[in-house]
Design a protein around this ligand. Structure first.
Ligand code: FCB
Length: 479
């Protein structure tokens, strides 16, 4: 057992640890009609009445497309050593197939060069939920062809940036793409079809496998390829066997459906059994599982809050509290007999309970699940109702406490033997939080949406100090 920590114990990270921040294209870029870009499913969805808070959309977002040089300078000023961003597929391949648009690729090449010039390591995510609308019109992720299109796109971007970007992530949180996009419909494209959501999950897995092979063929061998999963930490409400069975079901649908084929080359048998009335899985073709299980160089884990589940209690069937938005359609196919409960404890502005022990548990679980595979925390962070003081400064002690707690949990996991190589705070700056619009602020940097001016919050300064020194400053130090 490691020495127990006291509040005075300095929390110091390995020297090569990456201190990053993360964003995604649709959430920050804006410029949705410039330089040949065409609509993605998120353009269409956010412009459909009733789909996002206040009808908000990413047309301008935080105008990163035009301000990227200032944004990189800001990251460098703060002291960040890594930056994870995503590529807008319809900016580089407007119809989702065929030749690339050079201007689109140039934007990302310029961004990468700017990062490298400031000593910041770029990590590219190929797909953070913004499917070209033309591919959705052709069937979207439930259609097998979308996986082939993704592999072609991966090859294009790998060839264009593989000489200067070492860290690659195929997909961000395929769970959200499949089950919020095609199951509960709270995300684009907003379909509510349980069978389609499982089909989408398989084709996302296939896209990851084929995309990984395409990247390897297009890039120098030194580059690293990973995927970012929002694997859930699923906890039982009690030790009752029915509650433990509920945990198994949700664990399969949240985690096993992706890490099963990706890491182990098989879907969980229990997943097939739980979903047999919804789908027969006949779209899993011969050879698919081998194509999906590609050797990886790292695994990205995104963590915000744990889940607490039980078997449904027929007497108290309250509202679902799985934290993934309101819909009369469940994002959990075949799990109508499972109830989600609010985890006790303080919550962020999203209503998500703050529980750093979940991050520790998640890291250790994947240390066992994927022995020897380096791990990165590719997202972690919190939304708060931040407001500038009269002097223009933005104090966010709650976010500092959140980051401190979660980084300590990462450090504890490293002490327990986990190979965690870096941490990307979500998010660099306030941005378009999908169906929640601009209402939820996850940024370490405050954005004034009237002027688009950026102001580092006290958490950004605190995190910058951590990045520069490799040791967590005390929580009050940046206030
Ligand atoms: C993750 C997404 C990211 C952001 C955070 C809060 O699920 O990957 O884009 O929305 O949640």
């Amino acid at each position: 057992m490691p020495e127990p920590e006291t509040p005075a114990t300095p929390v110091t990270f390995p020297p090569a640890f990456l201190w990053g921040a993360a964003t995604s294209a649709y959430q920050i870029e804006g410029a949705v009609r410039e330089d040949g870009r065409t609509p993605s499913i998120w353009d269409t969805f956010s412009h459909t009445p009733g789909k996002t808070a206040g009808g908000e959309h990413g047309d301008i977002a935080v105008d990163h497309y035009h301000r990227f040089r200032d944004d990189v300078a800001l990251m460098a000023d703060l002291g960040l050593t890594a930056y994870r961003f995503s590529i807008s597929w319809s900016r580089v391949q407007p119809t989702g197939r065929g030749p690339a648009v050079q201007r689109g690729l140039d934007f990302y090449r310029n961004l990468v060069d700017e990062l490298l010039a400031h000593g910041i390591k770029p990590a590219v995510t190929l797909y953070h939920w913004d499917l070209p609308q033309e591919l959705e019109d052709a069937g979207g992720w439930p259609e097998r062809d979308t996986a082939y299109r993704f592999a072609e796109y991966a090859q294009i971007v790998g060839e264009a940036l593989g000489d200067r970007v070492e860290q690659w992530i195929t997909l961000n949180e395929p769970w959200c793409s499949a089950f919020l996009g095609y199951g509960s419909g709270v995300h684009a494209p907003g379909r509510t079809d349980a069978a389609a959501s499982l089909k989408a999950a398989h084709h996302l897995n296939l896209a990851h496998g084929l995309g990984t092979s395409a990247l390897r063929a297009a890039m120098p061998a030194r580059n690293s390829v990973a995927i970012s999963l929002n694997s859930s930490v699923v906890r039982p409400y009690s030790q009752d066997p029915a509650d433990l069975a509920a945990v198994q079901k949700i664990d399969d649908l949240a985690n096993g459906v992706f890490h099963g084929p990706i890491l182990h080359g098989a879907y969980p048998e229990t997943l097939f059994a739980a979903t047999e009335l919804i789908t027969d899985w006949s779209y899993v073709q011969d050879g698919d599982l081998a194509a999906i299980k590609q050797p990886l160089d790292a695994l990205g884990l995104n963590y915000y809050t744990p889940a607490l589940v039980s078997a449904t209690d027929p007497d108290s069937d309250g509202p679902r509290a799985d934290g993934h938005g309101a819909s009369s359609h469940s994002p959990w196919p075949g799990a109508d007999d499972v109830a989600f409960h609010q985890t006790p404890g303080e919550r962020t502005e999203m209503g998500w309970t703050i529980d750093p022990t979940g991050l520790h548990d998640l890291i250790l679980r994947y240390t066992r699940e994927a022995p020897g595979l380096p791990l990165y925390i590719t997202e972690n962070g919190a939304a708060y109702d931040d407001k500038p003081d009269p002097d223009g400064r933005v104090h966010d002690p709650e976010r500092i406490a959140y980051l401190h707690g979660h980084l300590r949990a990462v450090r504890r996991a490293i002490a327990d033997g986990a190979d965690v190589r870096g941490y990307y705070l979500w998010s660099l700056m306030d941005n378009f939080e999908w169906a929640y619009g601009y209402e939820k602020r996850f940024g370490a940097v405050y954005v004034d949406y009237a002027t688009l001016a950026r102001t580092p919050k006290s958490s950004a300064l605190w995190y910058g100090q951590a990045a520069r020194s490799g040791t967590l400053p005390p929580v009050a130090s940046a206030e």
